[in-house]
Design a binder for this molecule. Structure first.
Ligand SMILES: Cc1cc2nc3c(=O)[nH]c(=O)nc-3n(C[C@H](O)[C@H](O)[C@H](O)COP(=O)(O)OP(=O)(O)OC[C@H]3O[C@@H](n4cnc5c(N)ncnc54)[C@H](O)[C@@H]3O)c2cc1C
Length: 580
């Protein structure tokens, strides 16, 4: 076992982690631990763009952006955080431009902008062009740009290091424990400040846009260490995943003028969202698609999808603005998007909930107190700027604004505090977990349990939910957790044992799926991405509050989830009925 000592440790090298690292490295001795090579992080898969009210192509301002974010989140957004997000958006885009990001340009050379769902002019009058983009590879460009700047700043990376535990001693952050993929060795990283930037957990659904690696490791580690998880029932389903595969086709396709059609060729979104139509918020469009399908207006022999129609757009526009997703249609479906509509269905996409933080990125241990030295930013965190439903292009923004803030705050903390002593045998939990899995002779297989988990989540906890389906999900997950106790891995070795790590990741997904289902069961209302058919209305009297889920271990060793609630921060926007 090796012991390392850094002032600031950042867990994750996606957009949030690298944006934090650029700041933290300038101010403190910093290392980034990442289970993937940095440029393989999911941020690189982001397509459509990053929101900022630059007003380069039409009138816009950050106040409209703030309002849209709050309304988009169905008023569960903390309004102080949304204001920071929208205000700091402008500098964050310009910072990336200065770092070298090749944004698409207007004819006069400024950063071009395009439409995206829920982004409007003057509080909902019409769609506004607010998304800054680099064709449909915006995330790729952000990730490469941030990585190059990390190299320039001399950021130290530990690649293919899996963080499996968080060390807290007497209430203060002491470091993390990591497993090195290449050797199977356990490493202790003692640190004054730790920033979690480890991304989302969308792999507990079957039809998902998320990479295989999005297994919620950061959330699961924090939860096991007694920290709460906020608003986990809110998960975003993106309207346009490739039918059956879930691979994402960016909302930018509709931003460029793409239209959704049912089997009769009808532009059905006109009925659901008369003003914004195909560019209503994602929860609204996803429900509309499934309503069309349920009412018999779906396409294909099984009527189980609808079409994304780009055929009226000039091929030159598709080539210039949407080259990747048109190629996806050709590769995965054998369809020519110049001439044929593309079969799509909603796909699990984004984790709105996560580790609760304040606007400086400090992690909360309950409704009010912070854990000294612990920070989180990006999809792993819940600050909460996305509330019950995130607007498209607000996540690439979130990782830049709050990644930067967390990096600065963590390094400032490290500069003014001493190291906390490591707890006794800091590696013990991880060693126990890893050795139990390695030595298990149980008959259960990781892949089978994971498939069963994804199936129950797709059937019971997706776009439409009821008490009965959520109870079924809770029961199924409990049974799968029992089976997980008997899981064994085929590879018993130490080097590159991805089998073993997949088993660990499955354990994380099971814990987080349970939090989602339990939190969703208790929320007897419909809001944003959480739609209860048995409680179809939003209920501000009883549920205008954030869920805070805690893991509790009884004296007899039984584990349960306790739910508590936290008020929503409202500054100047009163909740209204949400229409698009
Ligand atoms: C297909 C797709 C398209 C998208 N398009 C857009 C878009 O156009 N606009 C937009 O705003 N948003 C978009 N999003 C959402 C957005 O891309 C993500 O929410 C955001 O990039 C997340 O960034 P992150 O830094 O928080 O996490 P990630 O980029 O997922 O990075 C997570 C990092 O954590 C590391 N990590 C994870 N677990 C561990 C562990 N146990 N130990 C060590 N390291 C660990 C990983 O190695 C990785 O480096 C899209 C998402 C997807 C899936």
């Amino acid at each position: 076992m090796q012991i390392h000592k850094y002032e600031t440790i950042i867990v994750g090298a996606g957009g949030a982690g690298m944006r934090a690292a650029i700041e933290a490295t300038k101010r403190s001795r910093t290392a980034v631990l990442t289970k993937l090579y940095p440029t393989r992080s999911h941020t690189g898969a982001a397509q459509g763009g990053m929101a900022a009210a630059l007003a380069n192509v039409e009138e816009d301002n950050w106040e409209w952006h703030t309002f849209d974010t709050i309304k988009g989140g169905d008023y569960l957004v903390d309004q102080d955080a949304a204001e920071i997000l929208a205000k700091e958006a402008i500098d964050s885009v310009l910072d990336l431009e200065k770092m070298g990001l090749p944004f698409n340009r207007t004819p006069d050379g400024t950063i071009d902008q395009r439409r995206f769902g829920g982004h409007t002019r003057n509080h909902g009058e019409a769609a506004v062009r607010r998304s800054c983009y680099a064709s449909d590879r915006t995330g790729h460009m952000i990730l490469q740009t941030l990585y190059q700047n990390c190299v320039k700043e001399g950021v130290e990376f530990f690649n293919e290091f899996y963080v499996l535990d968080l060390l807290i001693n007497e209430g203060r952050t002491a470091g993390v424990v990591a497993y090195e993929l290449a050797t199977g060795e356990i490493h202790i990283f003692q640190a004054k400040a730790v920033v979690f930037a480890s991304g989302g957990c969308g792999k507990f659904f079957k039809v998902t846009s998320n990479a295989h690696t999005l297994t919620g490791d950061g959330q699961a580690v924090a939860f096991r260490r007694g920290l709460p998880l906020e608003d986990m029932e809110f998960f975003q389903f993106h309207p346009t995943g490739i039918w059956r595969m879930g691979i994402l086709l960016t909302e930018g396709a509709r931003g460029e003028g793409g239209i959704l059609r049912n089997k009769d060729g009808e532009r059905f979104m006109e009925r659901y969202a008369p003003v914004m139509k195909d560019l209503a918020s994602r929860d609204v469009v996803s429900r509309a698609i499934y309503t069309e399908i349920r009412e018999g207006r779906g396409c294909g022999p099984d009527g189980d999808h609808v079409y994304l129609d780009l055929t009226h757009l000039p091929p030159e526009q598709l080539d210039a603005k949407l080259p990747d997703i048109t190629e996806f249609a050709r590769t995965y479906l054998g369809i020519e998007p110049y001439t044929d509509p593309i079969p799509i269905q909603p796909t699990a996409h984004y984790t709105m909930g996560g580790i609760p933080t304040n606007v400086e990125g400090e992690v909360l241990s309950n409704n009010t107190d912070v854990v000294p030295g612990l920070y989180a930013a990006g999809e792993v965190a819940c600050v909460s700027v996305h509330g019950a439903n995130r607007l498209g292009t607000n996540s690439l923004l979130d990782i830049n604004v709050f990644g930067r803030r967390a990096g600065i705050a963590a390094a400032a903390y490290a500069a003014t505090h001493e190291y906390v002593e490591l707890p006794e045998s800091p590696e013990s939990e991880v060693v126990r977990m890893v050795e139990d899995l390695r030595q298990s002779t149980g008959s259960e297989r990781v892949s089978e349990i994971r498939t069963a988990l994804q199936e129950t989540m797709d059937v019971n906890a997706m776009v439409f939910r009821t008490e009965a389906t959520l109870k079924q999900a809770v029961a199924d997950i409990a049974e799968l957790k029992e089976r997980y106790k008997r899981v064994s891995v085929q590879d018993k070795g130490r080097r590159y044992n991805t089998d073993l790590l997949e088993a660990v990741e499955l354990g994380n997904l099971l814990d987080l799926a349970e939090v989602l289902a339990v939190s969703a069961l208790a929320r007897k209302e419909s809001r944003g991405g959480h739609y209860r058919e048995d409680h179809p209305n939003r209920d501000d009297v009883n549920f205008m509050r954030h869920t805070m889920a805690y893991r509790e271990e009884g004296a007899d060793g039984t584990v349960s989830i306790r739910l508590d609630y936290k008020p929503v921060v409202q500054t100047r926007y009163q909740p209204m009925e949400r229409k698009y």
